[in-house]
Design a protein around this ligand. Structure first.
Ligand code: ADP
Ligand code: MG
Length: 592
């Protein structure tokens, strides 16, 4: 039985038209989604020259009849919906019937396909919407799509493509977004005959491990906590990272009804659930799968957009935050601050397990309120999300004036290994030592990137940096800038680099970790050149800034504050974090 039919124009018009195929990654997405919709349990992706010359997707799905195979390339030809109402009950990835005709319009396509019930398959060649040939062929059950010479007839589009490295990274990003929702399906990804990914069928968690656990000694997923909740509005499941594993460039994925989505508002809900548990700029990794009634989300979105509109966004926000908070509380991950051991305080260090460090002054101000609040958090997490977390207010003008007043280093007190507290006229000034140093270093690095090369410290024993395929792309893009700030790096093999020199300020820090952090920061921030330089400067500043818990000498404090105050903008870090806060005498008096 043939199953493809044409959508009526009225329906077609309800579906947002748009440019479906913008780059190799969008073509890959459409092909793989079709394979999934066809019920495939094994999908092989092969690309050549980052998809420019070839994107091939081979599946073991249900295949097509010879008529369907021809029909599939007609505009609005689909087997997935029949009428407008179906749009609101969507359970398949595709539905527009736009992908194949769009691909054919900009590439040379070859497809072989066979259904289980047919003895012989069919092979088609299409060139710019014209079927050039169709003939019977013997082939396995399933479909094999070859898209060759993408944009061969659209020079503008070809020019618009980035370097092979960037396009390969885009292909992999698209691939991750799909494979993470289909762990039961086996995938491979081959680029220029090299196998980059081999993912056997498994559970969600195993899939996450296969994709992101590579090259790590400890099991990656052992740092994740399960989350689950079910309400009428939404079913939530997935995994969130333990707070101590938060990094500056965490992997963060939302999926709704089996589809990747971006959702800044829900992202905030997750972060709120961690409030009080994260240090500085770090954010947790998360893999969150939402299921909602398809009627309650807007499917009529542009095919290349990943934003999805929900009907009950605010309610889902609350549920999501509570779910994450509860999971963190259940696994007893809420931080336990120990104020009883005098002279020592728990200071979680960047991304590692908390460690005890001596603090500057032997008498730690004991804060009963803080302690009882921390305790309350882990017992009664509901109380945490009912009140919104107040945003920190920027300095008021009046406070600003106070701050300009002179200060004396003799009066500076380093509190809790974190804050420099000093009286100014009419108030108490608090400076975040780590962020203050980030500001200072950021300006220094940026200066060197744009003007002169910075001094590099040669390593006695060069280190080897192993990178993922998508990181190779980035590192090559930013090699020049890295050299300017003092890294001495050369490619060793397709997936590794030697580091023979590092910025002097990196001191004894692990250069591999520093570079990995820079790479992911750049991946997140995008590739506009000026932007990249800022990202590198900021990432390296965060890496090399004095940590929390470091005891500072008077001279160091003075030097830090003087350098900070000499900057044009010393109140915020480049990424908008507050560096200085002041409690005025009036505010202080109100507390008593
Ligand atoms: P849509 O996915 O929106 O229906 P497409 O243009 O992507 O539109 O595909 C058109 C039709 O071709 C699909 O509805 C499906 O019936 C058929 N098809 C495409 N790819 C495959 C495949 N890999 N296996 C089986 N059928 C396919
Ligand atoms: Mg499709």
């Amino acid at each position: 039985m043939d199953i493809i039919h044409l959508l009526p124009d009225s329906v077609a018009n309800q579906i947002a038209a748009g440019e479906v195929i913008q780059r190799p990654a969008s073509c890959l997405k459409e092909l793989v989604e079709n394979s999934l919709d066809a019920g495939a349990t094994k999908i092989d992706v092969l690309v050549r020259d980052a998809g420019r010359t070839l994107i091939q997707v081979i599946d073991n799905g249900k295949g097509m009849s010879d008529t369907d195979a021809r029909m599939a390339f007609e505009r609005h030809a689909t087997s997935k919906i029949r009428e407008a109402a179906d749009l609101f009950q969507l359970r398949t990835m595709g539905f527009r019937g736009e992908a194949l005709p769009s691909i054919c319009a900009v590439a040379q396509v070859e497809v072989t396909t066979r259904r289980n019930e047919d003895e012989i398959g069919t092979r088609l060649e299409i060139d710019g919407t014209q079927v050039v040939s169709q003939e019977p062929c013997s082939c396995p059950v399933g479909t094999n799509f070859k898209v060759k010479n993408l944009f061969y007839n659209v020079p503008v589009r070809r020019k618009f493509l980035k370097t092979d490295q960037t396009e390969l990274r885009n292909l992999l990003t698209e691939f991750y977004r799909i494979v993470l929702v289909y762990p039961q399906v086996q995938f491979t990804f081959v680029s220029n005959d090299e196998i980059l990914m081999e993912l056997p069928a498994g559970t969600d968690k195993q899939r996450i491990e296969q994709v992101f656990g590579k090259g790590q000694r400890q099991s990656y997923t052992s740092h994740l906590v399960d989350i689950a909740s079910q309400t009428e509005l939404v079913t939530i499941r997935g995994f969130v990272g333990k707070p101590e594993m938060a990094t500056k460039n965490a992997q963060q994925f939302f999926f709704v009804n089996g589809r990747f989505m971006r959702h800044p508002y829900f992202h905030k809900a997750v972060l709120n659930a961690y409030s009080g548990m994260l240090q500085g700029e770090e954010t947790p990794s998360y893999y969150i799968y939402l299921e909602v009634n398809p009627e309650n989300i807007d499917v009529n979105i542009h095919p290349t957009k990943t934003e999805i509109k929900f009907q009950d966004e605010q309610a889902i926000f609350q549920i999501l935050m509570a779910t994450v908070r509860e999971a963190l509380g259940k696994f007893n991950i809420a931080p336990s601050l120990d104020f009883d051991r005098s002279g020592y305080v728990e200071i979680p260090t960047d991304g590692k397990a908390p460690c005890s460090l001596p603090i500057t002054h032997s008498t730690v101000p004991y804060n009963p309120f803080q302690q009882s609040r921390e305790r309350a958090n882990s017992l009664n997490w509901q109380s945490m999300y009912s009140t919104p977390i107040a945003e920190r207010e920027p300095l008021q003008e009046q406070q600003q004036m106070l701050f300009e007043q002179t200060w004396s280093v003799n009066q500076v007190y380093q509190y809790s290994g974190r804050y420099l507290m000093l009286p100014t006229e009419g108030g108490l000034m608090m400076v975040d030592q780590h962020r203050a140093h980030i500001c200072v270093l950021y300006n220094l690095y940026l200066h060197h990137i744009s003007e002169t090369r910075m001094a590099s410290q040669q390593l006695l024993f060069p280190e080897v940096l192993d990178v993922a395929p998508d990181e190779v792309v980035v590192i090559n893009d930013i090699l020049d800038d890295l050299q300017k700030v003092g890294f001495d790096i050369a490619q060793l093999s397709p997936l590794s680099f030697t580091i023979s020199g590092v910025p002097a300020l990196l001191e004894d820090k692990d250069p591999v970790v520093a570079l990995k952090n820079i790479l992911s920061a750049v991946q997140v921030s995008g590739s506009v050149h000026e932007h990249v330089q800022k990202t590198i400067a900021l990432s390296l500043a965060k890496e090399t800034a004095i940590p929390y818990g470091k005891v500072l000498q008077k001279e160091e404090i003075e030097d830090l504050l003087r350098r900070l105050l000499a900057l044009p903008n010393y109140r915020y870090t480049e990424d908008g974090k507050v560096v200085i806060s002041i409690i005025t005498d009036d505010e202080l008096a109100k507390k008593f």
